[in-house]
Design a protein around this ligand. Structure first.
Ligand SMILES: [Zn+2]
Length: 408
């Protein structure tokens, strides 16, 4: 068997035939010819003939035996009659405007769905920013355009990036568990833009929108979705309870810092033990919590937080009554953050109840929320929103890439 035949069998790239090879340092360069003559415009997809300028280009392919592999193949430029533009032809082995073959980009995308960009860039020997560019190309091609056609129950959330200086609005389909829309910003107008992009019948069919208790998204929903109920995610309510507890703890630590520095330090150390719910408390934190007296302000704050979380986990049977009772307790607690939280909960009670009545899974909503937060946390190095948006779609948008056994 000739070596080029062997490479052809191994390479298996659509539209290409290997005709030669050479080594450049440690890199293997495969020279290839195209197996077709048809010219295809990358913009309109139409086949064309006409004046053509032929040249060659290199695409990076998956490595073999520790060597970087390049495919040097032909590429043509021509004027597309439909687009009236000079374009570079579309080729089946690589995505438009890419310096990588399709299998290479699919492998990068597959790994980027499962791990952080630093690991991906290290394994494939490409720049961090290149991983983001590949994610954008994969999303452009593979994100399902029909994902917006059957929305019934959706979740809206904001996530921060660039160290909380900038935000994305993320819309999730509760029925598929996939992210369906992402855009930069967190205002009412940003969300309205999403609703305006939907067909009127889709807007009419949306039954429930879950969110946190901020006013901006509520305004957009009220103005754009005539039949939707607004519901407040229970994990956002639980988050507010944890924040109120933290405010109380910090305030007490501040007040005792001068009079009793040791006690202030011990209170500071209760940050993590009190963040756990009682049934998830790791053994190592049990002794710290035993120091909390139920009649002390911090002890009361902890019990208020635990009680609220228990009510939210308890389902809808007594939700209204239990939340009102809890609100009365919070109002009498003499702990300002909990007095405020009690008021917030009383104001948003119908939405908190709707979350249970519409049977949205809190665990699923929280799961997708945590996953997106992890992505944004890993993405603090992004300078613009576009690569992060592509990463969120790639990892949470329901994109299925080829089985890894075909790639590596
Ligand atoms: Zn064209």
């Amino acid at each position: 068997m000739r070596v080029t035949t062997l490479f052809n069998k191994l390479l298996n790239l659509q539209g290409l035939r290997v005709v030669g090879f050479c080594f450049e340092g440690d890199d293997l360069v495969l020279t290839a010819d195209r197996r077709f003559s048809r010219l295809t415009c990358p913009r309109c997809g139409r086949s064309r003939s006409g004046d053509v300028r032929s040249t060659s280009r290199r695409w990076r392919h998956l490595g073999i035996w520790g060597r970087t592999v390049w495919i040097e193949g032909p590429i043509r430029r021509f004027r597309c009659g439909s687009c009236q533009k000079l374009v570079t032809e579309a080729v089946p082995w690589a995505r438009h405007d890419s310096d990588f073959t399709r299998p290479f980009e699919d492998a990068v995308g597959l790994l980027a769905q499962r791990t952080d960009k630093t690991a991906v860039s290290l394994l494939f020997g490409i720049a961090w920013v290149t991983v983001g560019n590949i994610a954008e190309r994969l999303v452009d091609e593979l994100l399902d355009p029909d994902r917006l056609a059957n929305l019934r129950r959706i979740g809206v959330d904001e996530i921060s990036f660039r160290k909380r200086h900038r935000y994305l609005t993320v819309v999730t389909d509760h029925d598929t568990g996939d992210v369906v829309w992402v855009a930069e910003g967190k205002t009412s107008d940003v969300l309205k833009r999403f609703f305006e992009s939907l067909a009127p019948e889709v807007c009419n069919a949306i039954e429930i929108v879950t969110m946190d208790m901020s006013a901006a998204y509520q305004k957009a929903v009220r103005e754009s979705l005539p039949n939707a109920t607004i519901a407040f995610d229970h994990f956002h309510v639980a988050k507010l309870a944890n924040e109120a507890l933290n405010d109380v703890r910090r305030q007490i630590a501040r007040e005792t810092r001068c009079s009793d520095p040791d006690k202030a330090k011990a209170i500071k150390g209760l940050r993590w033990p009190t963040a756990y719910t009682l049934d998830n408390l790791p053994d190592k934190h049990v002794p710290s919590l035993e120091l909390l007296r139920p009649d002390s302000p911090l002890g009361r704050a902890y019990l208020l937080k635990e009680q609220l979380l228990m009510i939210l986990r308890g389902g809808r049977a007594h939700l209204d009554h239990d939340l009102r009772t809890w609100g009365a307790w919070a109002a009498r607690s003499r702990l300002d953050p909990f007095v405020r939280l009690g008021r917030t909960i009383r104001k948003h009670l119908p939405g908190i109840r709707a979350f249970v009545e519409k049977r949205v899974s809190n665990a699923r909503a929280e799961g997708i929320n945590n996953k997106i937060r992890l992505l944004s946390h890993r993405a603090y190095g992004f300078h613009s929103a576009a690569p992060l948006i592509a990463t969120v779609y790639l990892c949470c948008g329901g994109i299925r890439l080829p089985n890894p056994s075909h790639l590596l």
